[in-house]
Each structure stands twice: as C-alpha cells, then as structure tokens.
Design a protein around this ligand. Sequence first.
Ligand SMILES: Cc1cc2nc3c(=O)[nH]c(=O)nc-3n(C[C@H](O)[C@H](O)[C@H](O)COP(=O)(O)OP(=O)(O)OC[C@H]3O[C@@H](n4cnc5c(N)ncnc54)[C@H](O)[C@@H]3O)c2cc1C
Length: 265
Amino acid sequence: MYTVKNYVIADSLEQAYDLKQKGRNNIIIGGNLWLKMGHRAIQNAIDLSRLGLDQIEEDAEGFRIGCMVTLRQLEVHEGLKTAFGNVFQEAVRHIVGVQFRNLASVGGSIFPRFGFSDVLTAFLACDSYVELYQGGTIPLREFAEMPLDNDILTHIYVKKDGRRVCYQSYRLTETDFPVLTCAVARKENGFETVLGARPKRAVCISDVELHTPEDAGEREIYAEQTAGKAEFGSNMRGSAAYRKELAKVLIVRALTELTEDETCR
Ligand SMILES: Cc1cc2nc3c(=O)[nH]c(=O)nc-3n(C[C@H](O)[C@H](O)[C@H](O)COP(=O)(O)OP(=O)(O)OC[C@H]3O[C@@H](n4cnc5c(N)ncnc54)[C@H](O)[C@@H]3O)c2cc1C
C-alpha cells in the first residue's frame, strides 16, 4: 500500500513543476492506477486534473493530446480514427477493461516508458512528439530512449502525415500484459516497425527495406531482418528466443493487413 501525506490539486503547471522538484517523493498523479499498486511514501501527490489537460485538440497538421486524456478517450475518438484508423483502439482494447481505461491517463502511460507498454508502441509508430514542461517539445523516439527525470509531460502531439499503421500484440490470456507488441507503419517512402514489450522499452526499426510488400516471400524476409535488429529479453511471459519468433509472425500479419486489407489504415 502507498501512503500520501499531502494531496495537492495544482493551480498551474509552474506550481506542479516546482513542487515536483522538491524530491523524489513528490509525484504527479495521472489516473493513479499504477501508483496505487506500489508501496511508496509520497510526500506531495500532485493532481493536474484542473488544468484543462484532458482534451484532444485537432488542427490541420495533427492532434494535441493532453496528459490527462484517458486511454478510453483515445480509443473512441472519431478524429483519431479517421486519421489513423484503428491503431489506438487496437493498442488499448486489451488493457484491463473499460472502467480501467476510463481512468488510465496518457501522461501516466507515456512518461514512465514502461517496458510492456502498448500505448508507447502505438504512439511510436506515428510521427509523435512529447511536450515537456521544462524540456520543451522533442520527438517521442528521442524521449523513449531518455532516462526518467523530474519533468512533467503536458501533451503529446501526433502529426497527420498520411501513414497507415497496423497494430498487433500477443498475450497469453486476455487482459494480461502483452508478451510482445508490434506496430508496422506504411509511409510514403517505406515501412517502419515498432517492437515493444520485448520486455524493454519499445524501439522503432526503420532501416529495413521492403520494395514489393505484395510478395509474401518479401514480407517474410523483411520480418526476419527486422526482428534480427531488435534486442529481446526473457521474463515469466516468454523467453527472448520465443519473442523473436513471435516478432516475425506479428510483423508478417501486420504487413499482410497493410497490403491486403484496405480497412487497416
Ligand atoms: C493491472 C494493470 C494492468 C496493465 N496492463 C497494461 C497493458 O496490458 N498494456 C499497457 O500498455 N499498459 C498496461 N498497464 C498500464 C496502464 O495502462 C497505465 O499506463 C498505468 O496504469 C499508468 O496510468 P495512470 O494514468 O494510472 O498513471 P499513474 O499511476 O497515476 O502514474 C504512473 C506514473 O507516471 C507518472 N506520471 C503520471 N502522469 C505524468 C505526467 N503528466 N508527467 C510526468 N509523470 C507523470 C506518475 O508520477 C507515476 O510515476 C496496466 C496497469 C495495471 C495497473
């Protein structure tokens, strides 16, 4: 069980940031779903829920998603669906249940860069940027490799660049953590694959070429080469060798959908 000494509803991001700098026991609360599983003695639990960060705003170039937006909002947002198809829906639909997804926040899902994250995998497969209170705007791909620090993630921006993304994951049982996550993006100039739950932070592999995706044999070769570039680990859900084999299967499935099924965009 965790304990909280002071619960602070922040009036501004500046106040939240200053309080967070007072030490590692001063933390931001998102949906509180991960935090409540822990055993921390929290000095100040900082709530951002009155700062208007629970909106998904669309402009001509993309979507600006506040850190307090819930996974359920991502799942049912019509604009995101029109622009990116079912990638966000597919990425979150196995995460526990609707009531859970009504609380789990984008900030709490992206900032910790969990090694099992479906959400990180999906955003990495798009052209995404994080907006940090102190660190400014940086590509998510850079952020995904950075060590955890004391900043606050305020928004994530996803550009509409016409890419099509297919999301795949594999679980031993429904609603469990994934054994592996995989999202393949088809861009104007080629393919990119994100592999997550390796069980390490998701990575994007963009330097494998696939010239004729209509050819099943070429898809197998792309999958083999892409899986060969990622590092996998072992845990109670699967070995590194198993994950590598799984990666090849999920990549081929995603490529096949992207090539043959026009509903997967
Ligand atoms: C039982 C269970 C099963 C899960 N299964 C999956 C799964 O299958 N796939 C998957 O992808 N995820 C899964 N998750 C993770 C889940 O989707 C959420 O990502 C997670 O619960 C955190 O979201 P939250 O909003 O509750 O964050 P919180 O628990 O409130 O916070 C999590 C961490 O993020 C920090 N934080 C929150 N917001 C910010 C911010 N704006 N800026 C900086 N730091 C911030 C907090 O200080 C804390 O350290 C699971 C979680 C649980 C508890």
